[in-house]
Design a protein around this ligand. Structure first.
Ligand code: 3PY
Ligand code: MG
Length: 266
């Protein structure tokens, strides 16, 4: 097996239960490492909405390394220079938001590939991804081990979805129900029936194309519905909401006099 084998990419092509994931918006390696051992198949380092830069993404990739979970990195835009930096620090699986057209998808694929298949600049002596030239054959193998997930999360993206699915180098399409809801005139209602129908239709089209469908589910029963529709990887929450909801719940329990275990094992 290649020293840079991408376990997440390989898993997307295998049958079995969908891979369950969590979005991490706290932007902190220590929190990422805490979550790394909790059983999620994959953890998303969110540099789209979370307060992340190259250094904090790097710290989280390092923190997750060696744990039985896969890092997925969501970048903030389609800039080839940013994609190059993310790949060089060792982000192998990229989630790229707001991809509305096949042309955009093709340009993003190009940014992730070394020539002649793309335009990624060569700097492996400076790149953690190549162990600073310590991985023999890195330059020859890197293209094949990149996993590229584009996010379809607008009316326009769903209109172009069938064409996006023909783009070589796109491994998966992740449906974003929140932005999709906004684009469909239902902001704040990712579970609105019209949005749900569009998400299910998109999951079906992606699955039938042979690429992997991913999606964010705001509730566990919704995650089951998406799994039955063919989703191969499903995010079921965010670290920010887990922390906030349990903090709010603990304060409430105190004021209600409930007997809730708070510091078991401390
Ligand atoms: C969205 O729902 O818009 C997302 O980006 C995450 O799923
Ligand atoms: Mg979104």
């Amino acid at each position: 097996m290649s020293a840079i084998h991408n376990r997440f990419k390989a898993a997307l092509t295998q049958a079995g239960a969908p891979r369950i994931g969590l979005f991490m918006g706290l932007g902190d390696p220590y929190c990422a490492e805490l979550l790394a051992g909790t059983g999620f198949d994959w953890l998303l380092i969110d540099a789209e909405h979370g307060p992340n830069d190259i250094r904090t993404v790097l710290g989280q990739l390092q923190a997750l390394h060696g744990y039985p979970t896969d890092a997925v990195t969501r970048i903030v835009n389609h800039d080839p220079a940013l994609i190059k930096q993310m790949l060089d620090i060792g982000a192998q699986t990229l989630l790229v938001p707001m991809v509305d057209t096949a042309d955009q998808a093709r340009a993003i694929v190009q940014a992730t590939r070394y020539p002649p298949h793309g335009i990624r600049g060569v700097g492996s002596a400076l790149a953690r991804a190549a162990h600073w030239n310590g991985i023999p054959g890195y330059l020859q193998q890197a293209n094949d081990e990149i996993c590229l997930i584009v996010q379809a999360e607008s009316h326009a993206a769903l209109a172009s979805l069938d064409e996006i699915l023909t783009v070589d180098g796109v491994d998966a399409v992740f449906i974003g129900p929140s932005d999709l809801a906004a684009s469909m005139g239902h902001i704040g209602q990712p579970d609105h029936p019209e949005v749900r129908a569009a998400v299910l239709d998109a999951i079906g089209r992606v699955s039938r194309s042979g690429k992997a469908a991913g999606v964010f589910a705001t509730k566990l029963d919704t995650a089951q519905v998406f799994a039955q529709a063919g989703a191969r990887f499903i995010a079921v929450g965010t670290d920010t909401l887990l922390l906030r909801q349990s903090a709010v719940g603990l304060v409430k329990a105190f004021h209600e006099g409930a007997n809730q275990a708070t510091g078991a094992g401390y």
